[in-house]
Write a protein that binds this ligand. Structure first.
Ligand SMILES: C[S@@+](CC[C@H](N)C(=O)[O-])C[C@H]1O[C@@H](n2cnc3c(N)ncnc32)[C@H](O)[C@@H]1O
Length: 248
């Protein structure tokens, strides 16, 4: 089976670390005392969260970050877009503790956290509810035999395509040439996504509203690449009857 083939069954269980060094008492306290109020319980399968009720005040849009690491990018976006509700997922507890620390320090009230695998969170979001999604330096799985552990793969892209609004941006980054090839392949052949690139500077340079992440700061595998895809517009209802395909 070639690198192009995404048809093998991906693993159900999450690979990767959930815990690192023992948390300092202050961060452990944040996990115990602050996290519960910021971590919405996911509804039973088939039911969805209501983005309007996730936050204590009205929000203009919901943005999603998958694998936020230590949360510096998520916190930056929240601070610079105070009208947006941000929801991030990260199974590594030390990363969640670091984000909670930033939330406390910067007084951010527009962040919610799913401290676990992002896939059930995506399934719990309503269709067409997310205005922007970030997947930055996602997959520490450069080896070919581990490729099905990668987040960017057809089933997860299908799930994201469901929750993203028409024209929503999906931003990705990686410093690993094999990952970059893989992500481009998966996304370019997915019918719901369109690469918005116009010139080389678009993928070589980080836009101003895209702060550097902790992982990027120590990127070792090569030149980071920044990819912005757009969720294609869904077809109008009458196009479905005439048999056109799902995107325009
Ligand atoms: C290489 S790190 C990059 C972290 C951060 N985005 C950055 O750029 O600094 C990849 C992160 O993705 C997280 N991750 C991996 N699989 C995930 C999944 N299924 N759902 C949510 N996060 C995931 C890992 O726990 C890890 O923190």
């Amino acid at each position: 089976m070639g690198e192009r083939d995404g048809a093998e069954r991906p693993p159900d269980r999450l690979h990767g670390r959930r815990r690192g060094r023992r948390l300092r008492p202050g961060r452990q306290r944040l996990i115990e005392e602050r996290l519960p109020a910021l971590a919405p319980a996911l509804p039973p399968t088939g039911r969805h969260l209501d983005p309007a009720t996730l936050f204590d005040r009205p929000i203009a849009d919901l943005w999603l970050e998958i694998g936020f690491g230590s949360g510096e990018h998520l916190a930056w976006q929240a601070a610079h877009h105070s009208g947006i509700g941000m929801i991030g997922c990260e199974p590594f507890v030390n990363g969640t503790a670091a984000l909670l620390d930033r939330i406390e320090r910067d007084g951010l009230d527009n962040i919610r956290i799913h401290p676990d695998d992002g896939r059930p969170l995506i399934d719990a979001l309503p269709a067409e509810s997310v205005g922007r999604c970030f997947i930055l330096f996602p997959d520490p799985w450069p080896k070919r035999r581990h490729r099905l552990r990668r987040f960017v793969r057809p089933d997860n892209l299908d799930a994201l395509a469901r929750v993203l609004k028409d024209r929503a941006a999906l931003r990705l980054a990686s410093d690993d040439p094999r990952q970059i090839d893989w992500m481009l392949l998966q996304l370019r052949r997915h019918p719901a996504f369109r690469w918005t690139v116009r010139r080389a500077a678009d993928w070589r340079g980080r836009p101003d509203d895209w702060p550097r992440t902790r992982y990027e700061a120590k990127a070792l595998r090569g030149q980071p690449v920044y990819l912005t895809f757009e969720r294609r517009r869904r077809k109008p209802p009458n196009a479905a009857e005439s048999g056109e395909n799902g995107c325009q």
